[in-house]
Design a protein. Structure first.
Length: 124
């Protein structure tokens, strides 16, 4: 970690540092920094999302799924659905993985697709 303390950084810079730690495999330090960021801004969608991805990388997929779903509720960007799908597959929740295809495609601006039988829309 650099000499500059996260409390002296703005949130986007702190998040960038946490993501860099995460990518470099410094998962414990990344988790600590993600916590500090989320303590300061609990609804910071990007931080919620990348914290969820990090949890998935630490084999805490159930927690990861909850965080990534929360990030989607805060800001439904298409990439978040992909990471949610990866965590669902890891947990063997393949039916749920198929169900997230439609909202992901809609978020990407794609034409509506045929509804997948048996899927319950998020928030229903």
């Amino acid at each position: 970690m650099t000499d500059q303390q996260p409390s002296e950084m703005n949130l986007p810079d702190a998040l960038e540092m946490a993501i860099l730690m995460h990518r470099n495999g410094e998962l414990k330090d990344a988790e600590t920094l993600y916590h500090r960021i989320l303590d300061a801004a609990p609804d910071y969608a990007d931080a919620v999302h990348f914290y969820g991805v990090m949890l998935h990388h630490r084999d805490r997929s159930d927690e990861a799924i909850a965080m990534i779903e929360r990030s989607i509720a805060l800001d439904p960007t298409p990439g978040r659905y992909n990471n949610l799908g990866n965590a669902l597959v890891e947990r063997g929740r393949l039916d749920e993985r198929r169900c997230i295809q439609q909202p992901r495609l809609a978020a990407e601006g794609a034409r509506p697709v045929r509804r997948i039988r048996g899927c319950v829309p998020q928030g229903a």
